[in-house]
Design a protein around this ligand. Structure first.
Ligand SMILES: O=C(O)c1cc(=O)[nH]c(=O)n1[C@@H]1O[C@H](COP(=O)(O)O)[C@@H](O)[C@H]1O
Length: 245
């Protein structure tokens, strides 16, 4: 896999390219792992991805594909040409959709390059068990549902999942330690949950076994994003921290 081991993925949830450079310019030479999601990609497109890659940053292109298998497979073939490091789908699209996603990525990757890793969203970290059961009509407890989707993603050949850090131990137990866990729902103590439901601190995420944490507003909405990033990095590297509930 052609990714560095920077475990902190910064979610660039912006609509303007200028906001991206305003943030990144604060980080000097730090090699970053950046997440470009729908908001930024739909407004700035591939041009920005190429510029970020040229600066040496790793990119998680978070478009959460979820469509019929043929459509997702062909879309992934197009995304493979962008030379990003991670792409994703919704596991709710099912096994065939995930298999086609992977086939599309393999088919679209330029020969000699490594394909992007493909991970599946299990249950969004903004979904509570109550909402999952009452609105989505998915029965059972949320950990079991996340593990079920993770197993499906694993059997479909995907590289890992997106889940809350809270489910990582169960995912690793069912799918193996090398099955990647990328975990949003990260908050520092005292931060507002906003729309997130299944949250932990960076330290908790690490102790639960997350491979990567995805952090947006705790960095981007901070008065001092570099300081917030370094605090998170320190928390990740330090063993003795407290938890939030
Ligand atoms: O796929 C994702 O990245 C994702 C999945 C998920 O279940 N929950 C989730 O929050 N995310 C993304 O992670 C980021 C979290 O942002 P903050 O809540 O601001 O830290 C956003 O860009 C979300 O789109």
């Amino acid at each position: 896999m052609n990714i560095n081991k920077n475990p902190i993925i910064i979610a660039l949830d912006y609509s303007e390219e200028s906001q991206v450079w305003e943030l990144i310019d604060k980080f000097d030479d730090e090699q970053l792992f950046l997440k470009v999601g729908m908001e930024l990609y739909y407004s700035c497109g591939n041009n920005l991805l190429h510029k970020l890659k040229d600066k040496g940053h790793n990119i998680f292109l978070d478009l959460k594909l979820h469509d019929i298998p043929n459509t997702v497979g062909k879309a992934m073939k197009s995304l493979a040409r962008l030379d990003v490091d991670i792409v994703n789908v919704h596991a709710a699209g099912g096994r065939l959709m995930m298999e086609r996603a992977l086939e599309g990525l393999v088919a679209g990757t330029v020969s000699g390059k490594e394909r992007p890793m493909c991970i599946a969203v299990t249950q969004l970290t903004s979904t509570s068990q109550e909402v999952m059961q009452e609105q989505l009509k998915i029965n059972g407890n949320i950990e079991d549902v996340v593990v079920h989707y993770a197993k499906l993603a694993n059997e479909s050949g995907l590289d890992g999942v997106v889940s809350s850090p809270l489910e990582v131990p169960l995912v690793k137990e069912s799918c193996g330690t090398s099955f990647l866990t990328v975990t949003p729902g990260i908050r520092m103590i005292g931060d507002s949950k906003d729309d997130q439901q299944r949250i932990t601190t960076p330290k908790q995420a690490k102790s639960l076994g997350s491979d990567f944490i995805v952090v947006g507003r705790s960095i981007t909405a901070s008065k001092n994003p570099l300081e917030a990033y370094l605090k998170i990095k320190n928390e990740w590297n330090d063993i003795s921290e407290t938890t939030i509930s």
